[in-house]
Design a protein around this ligand. Structure first.
Ligand SMILES: Nc1ncnc2c1ncn2[C@@H]1O[C@H](COP(=O)(O)OP(=O)(O)OP(=O)(O)O)[C@@H](O)[C@H]1O
Length: 350
């Protein structure tokens, strides 16, 4: 089956006075209709820039400098702004962390929603209003008529985000890109919205890219995961399989740092070290300075390769491909420095 979206070798760079920040540098993934992809990684890994690149929303000094984005058979990079203008908001919608990026504070909800409908479709005002009402009901808003006559400031944060999601749904898009849309909300509201979005995707066949730094959020939502580090996808695969058997040391570190019921009260493992500056990336694998499994081979840049069926990983020493070897490898949370410190104390070679 041809995927709805196929991103191949996408590169989006920022040409700053201090140098070129390769925020997205060779990102590849694909998505089928109705599928949910979780795009995960620490802050600054290039998740948002990837999302913005898909919609042609990267502003100078940033620019898409390479790769292809194929959406329903059309090359969006080649098609450029004229093609994107016809798709944006209609076939591809975006939900932002701050719903006020979507909502106009001085307009009533009905005015802005009806305007959005009529921007892409010809119908009467009454028909457009009916569509708006249906979209509000879809995201769990009761008494939509009353809500339609309100202004954004009359809503709670969670309710504002629901309205923003309803606006994204107005044209029954093929793809929604959601950039940390529930991060600012309390856990209960977040869980409700996640459940509703999941249901909507299943019902409408809308595909979704859910961008988040929170692996726990997407693990219950996404069909597939793409893990990003320093502008690159380092691991991609089916969510359950990635969580159960992470291959990349960074993915394993992310999973180990998610609180589990069984570890309540126990000290959480954290990935030591910091994400590197994009203006001064280490030679070879960008995760090398934080990785306990790194060796001289990692001074070369690994490629994203399919090391197990339907599992891609960008690493020379992925986990659990060789259980016997894994048993002798240090955990990802130990750094090379810690290892050599331990070795010095015990008089062994690190
Ligand atoms: N306007 C800009 N000018 C220069 N560099 C930028 C700009 N926007 C983004 N970048 C670069 O792109 C990198 C990735 O940014 P991006 O917002 O995609 O990260 P992210 O993974 O979404 O993190 P966060 O969750 O913090 O938003 C930034 O760390 C920065 O180096």
């Amino acid at each position: 089956m041809t995927p709805l979206l196929s991103v191949d070798g996408l590169q989006t760079h920022f040409f700053t006075r201090d140098g070129v920040a390769k925020a997205v540098d060779g990102v590849s993934f694909s998505l089928e209709r109705g599928q949910i992809l979780g795009l995960v990684g620490e802050s600054g890994s290039g998740k948002s820039v990837t999302g913005f690149s898909l919609l042609g929303l990267v502003d100078p000094p940033g620019r898409v400098v390479g790769g292809t984005i194929t959406f329903d058979g059309e090359d969006l990079v080649k098609g450029g702004e004229p093609m994107l203008r016809t798709l944006r908001g209609k076939r591809i919608a975006m939900i932002f962390q701050d719903p006020m990026m979507t909502l106009n504070p001085v307009l009533r909800i009905d005015t802005q929603m009806v305007e959005t409908v009529l921007a892409h479709e010809r119908m009467s005002h009454a028909e457009a209003l009916k569509r708006c009402r249906e979209a509000l009901v879809m995201v769990g808003i009761s008494s939509p008529d009353e809500r339609l006559q309100s202004y954004p400031h009359q809503f709670s944060g969670g309710m504002r985000q629901r309205v923003a999601i309803a606006i994204a749904l107005l044209h029954k898009p093929d793809l929604i890109i959601a950039d940390e849309p529930t991060t600012a909300l309390d856990v209960t509201i977040q869980a409700q919205i996640l459940a509703e979005v999941q249901k909507l995707c299943a019902e409408t066949g809308t595909a979704l890219i859910w961008i988040t730094h929170d692996l726990a959020v997407v693990s219950g939502l996404a069909d597939r995961l793409a893990v990003m580090y320093a502008g690159r996808v380092v691991e991609e695969g089916e969510t359950a399989r990635v969580i159960e058997r992470p291959l990349h040391p960074y993915t394993k570190g992310l999973i180990d740092s998610v609180p589990q019921g069984k570890t309540r009260g126990a000290r959480l493992q954290q990935i030591s070290g910091m994400t590197p500056s994009l203006l001064a990336l280490p030679q070879g694998c960008a995760f090398r300075p934080r990785c306990a499994r790194a060796d001289a081979a990692c001074l070369e840049e690994p490629a994203l390769e399919e090391k197990l069926p339907d599992r891609k990983v960008r690493c020379f020493h992925p986990w659990t491909l060789d259980a016997a070897a894994d048993a002798h490898m240090p955990t990802v949370t130990e750094t090379a420095d810690q290892r050599s410190g331990a070795a010095a104390r015990t008089g062994t070679r690190a």
